[in-house]
Write a protein that binds this ligand. Structure first.
Ligand SMILES: [Zn+2]
Length: 385
């Protein structure tokens, strides 16, 4: 492999966005983030019927979460005060403390709401708060320790844009589950084989999980490939490919109809397979982690494992606008599918030079990007062909 064929990516200068110790920005930012999350968490306790997710409520321990909220609120105040001690970035510290005081005024970590009543509609605010806290903590840690692009700041360009997508996708979890879970039984009930499902459920757990990974990814591969190759569908999926900086947050940028389509069809395969609930739970945790991980700014190469399971390097090539990378690496879990169907690209240790779409850039903003597929095509279509 000739080195010159793979020019190195030039990351734009983000030094003005970088966090440096002692400036008060790190503590200020943590204070603001925890303060705002505290307000949202308190609202979840005040209005649990409308702002929390039934599936999640069944899984978590509210008493433990109250403890975490308590520590989060006091940490926000402490980090806010620290910015004053550091004598810099007072505004960030003030916003963080003010947000936490608002959370205290709303009832704080002892806030109580009415008893939970079943409602037809709810926003997954608890899912947003918990997943944002966990994912941001884990991935910022991983991306700082082993970054692919060291110069890329945590608050890289368009991080706020992608955070809006992250929030939207999480708040809409109720609608997503309703549609995705309803699609397969409504249209594919005829294809269920009780005998086949009984045979699957008798398999060892690990084989059931592997079966789920393979079945779901087979559907994802083909729906994803259609979204690339059918020009009208590409306009929806171009939203996801418009990110020019890859990290844990970049993968959140997806058109809502794209999300619904891919998830609905992978759910059809999961539904027909009929694996045990235990296997499905393991698959959901694995798939949720991997969906974030493959977009991450993470340099690990995983040795021979990278041929078995998709990695950030593999999926970064899918997001590349380099000529050799167009319409390659569709798999979400198994590179083997790309091998079988002739779309596999993994040029040794090399990484892409450019990310994003080819042609005119997409508009920015979640509303404009959601309208984009329905507006007249620009002169230079973004189809990566
Ligand atoms: Zn794609």
């Amino acid at each position: 492999m000739n080195q010159a064929e793979f020019p190195k990516r030039q990351t734009e200068d983000m030094s003005d966005r970088a966090f440096r110790m002692g400036e008060g920005r790190i503590s200020g930012f943590i204070s603001v983030a925890l303060g705002l999350l505290s307000i949202l968490a308190v609202l979840c306790y005040k209005f649990p019927s409308y702002l929390t997710t039934p599936e999640l409520r069944a899984a978590y321990d509210p008493a433990l979460l109250r403890e975490i909220l308590k520590y989060g609120m006091w940490a926000s105040i402490t980090f806010g005060l620290l910015t004053f001690i550091l004598n810099r970035r007072k505004r960030l510290g003030a916003v963080g403390i003010l947000a936490t005081l608002t959370a205290f005024a709303l009832g704080g970590y002892w806030a109580e709401g009415p008893a939970i009543e079943p409602t037809a509609y709810f926003a997954g605010l608890d899912w947003l708060v918990l997943d944002l806290l966990a994912t941001a903590t884990v991935f910022i840690f991983i991306e700082k320790l082993w970054p692919k692009y060291r110069e890329q700041a945590i608050l890289r360009p368009e991080w706020g844009h992608d955070l809006v997508y992250f929030a939207f996708n999480h708040l809409m979890i109720g609608v997503i589950l309703l549609i995705v879970n309803g699609f397969a039984p409504s249209y594919f009930n005829w294809a269920v084989s009780a005998g086949f499902q009984a045979w699957i459920q008798d398999l060892p757990l690990i084989l059931q999980v592997i079966g789920l990974i393979f079945a779901a990814d087979f559907a994802q591969y083909w729906v994803h490939r259609l979204f690339h190759t059918v020009p009208f569908l590409w306009r929806f999926h171009a939203v996801h490919h418009s990110s020019e900086n890859m990290d844990w947050l970049a993968g959140s940028r997806t058109h809502f109809l794209d999300t619904l389509c891919v998830r609905s069809f992978s759910m059809v395969m999961i539904y027909l397979l009929g694996a045990s609930k235990e296997a499905l739970d393991i698959y959901v945790v694995f798939a949720s982690f991997q969906a974030v991980f493959i977009h991450a700014n993470f340099s690990g190469n995983f040795g021979p494992l990278r041929y078995l399971i998709t990695t950030p390097q593999f999926h970064h090539w899918h997001h590349s606008s380099d000529a050799i990378a167009i319409d390659m690496n569709y798999a979400a879990h198994l590179p083997l599918l790309d091998k079988i169907f002739g779309t596999y690209l993994m040029p040794g240790q090399h990484w892409p030079e450019k990310y994003g779409t080819v042609g005119d850039p997409l508009p920015r903003g979640i509303i404009k990007q959601h309208l984009y597929p329905f507006l007249p095509a620009p002169k230079s279509e973004t189809q990566p062909k």
